[in-house]
Design a protein around this ligand. Sequence first.
Ligand SMILES: Cc1cc2nc3c(=O)[nH]c(=O)nc-3n(C[C@H](O)[C@H](O)[C@H](O)COP(=O)(O)O)c2cc1C
Ligand code: SF4
Length: 543
Amino acid sequence: MPAPIDLHEVAERELSERYRFPWRVKACMSTACLSAGAGPAFAAMEQKIEKEDLALEARLIPTGCMGLCSRGPLVRVLRRGLDEVMYQAVNAEVGIDIITDHIRDHKPVETNVLDHDIPFFTSQERVVLENGGVIDPNRIESYVGHRGYQALERVITRMAPEDVVETIRASGLRGRGGAGYPVGSKWALLAASAGETKYVVANGDEGDPGAYMDRTVMEDDPHRLLEGMAIAAYATGATHGYVYVRAEYPRAVERLDRAIRVARRKRLLGRNILDTDFSFQIDVRIGAGAFVCGEETALMASIEGRRGTPRLRPPYPTERGLWGEPTMINNVETLANVPTIMRRGADWYAAIGTEGNTGTKVFALAGDLVNTGLIEVPMGITLRHIVEDMGGGIPNGKSFKAAQTGGPSGGCISAEFLDTKVDYDSLRNLGSIMGSGGLVVMDEDVSMPEIAKFFMQFSMDESCGKCSPCRAGTVQLHQILERLTAGVGTRQDMKDLEHLCHVVRDTSLCGLGQTAPSPVLSTLHYFRSEYEDLIVSEEVAHA
Ligand SMILES: Cc1cc2nc3c(=O)[nH]c(=O)nc-3n(C[C@H](O)[C@H](O)[C@H](O)COP(=O)(O)O)c2cc1C
Ligand code: SF4
């Protein structure tokens, strides 16, 4: 067996390397920037550095997401001892100018400078995304150089498993997969379960339309997830782990596979981690391409190689999970919080956010806003601050109409509630949910019944068909919404719509069916007049 990695030596080497170059150019190579042309821009900068003989002056580093995806490709230029300059819309031409004008001639390329002293950046509190735009996701040394794996080393060499569970409990961390279940309590349940083999599963299925928080963690900071899983395993007595990755995320699969291989070689995973008695293996499983496979019991069926359909709970996975053994499923973002909590302490984490809703939440901010992208904000920030300050408000002189949170399981929040705190409890009180972090802002032109129909179509298409309230109910709800939005719906349709929503919500087997009516119910609640305006009389409808 090779000797384990010496984390402190690697961290020191990385640090001295960091100060060897007067200039560091950090280029976002995450999926959003890549699709906006970051690849050719990176290649052009690389060639120009060579050509200008600047290889000893400037180091070009590929990084993960910097957040303001709508302005990408983004590049940060850091000069030793001086402030950084951030660039937006960096194509190959601009990339070349950055090397020649900024680095060689010390004159920033004014046309593409992005002011990073704006609320979009300054209002963020980065815990899960702290390495975004900072480290190179493909180099374990880069992660270790930013305190990576320090928490795992300390936990497995100096802490008792029950103290780790207690720290997570005291941090107040709640599951980021949607329901907000207290993480410490779930870990304690697994720790207390008896089984031959216990499993920890990271849920990276991320099926909500428009959401990409978990993809960003898996692609841009894969070792953070592995470290979080290993700490969870140590705390609960698990020896095997799976990352269940959405099939549409091939880059995440590739980066996780590579990270696992390297971590094994460095003795941070596998047998006798860092020469201790603790052993833990992780494998990647590719999702089956259905939204319902993110539901924990369907996910386990899918990992076992069966069709991904939910089953009734109890028994809960911590009692009877994978292959009948105790299993704990946590969302990717949940687990990505763990290394930082263990490193900085439960009190530090609990001081962020509000009581009962501690820490931060990552949102994929989308829709009718000036600034869209990924943000990580303290819990309890107001929706108004996110929309008006961080998002830069609604473009084209239009006004705000609604914010949709929680995707197909969530609801729409109207303008009168813009001062609501964004946390699990406040959003639930408004008939929506925090969900996993999709946040879509809509302007005055958007029709709310159309939005409800869009989400109902999604739930109808994604229903696994196992139980009839969801299988047939979502189809019928969609048909009614089609009639209403086509202008041929009647008052009876409205009554049926509402009644059926309650039936589907109350009688479906799993969370998909139980929450599928939420977008309809919340838009009916806050925007009823829009539905009323669509109604025609019975005579006209049957004419
Ligand atoms: C239809 C459906 C889809 C779900 N999709 C996801 C998902 O993509 N990712 C996720 O973490 N949780 C998803 N969940 C929630 C999981 O069942 C589970 O509660 C969660 O992974 C637990 O992790 P947490 O405690 O860290 O939040 C979904 C639930 C339902 C009902
Ligand atoms: S509620 Fe829908 S998705 Fe869930 S088991 Fe029933 S049919 Fe399948």
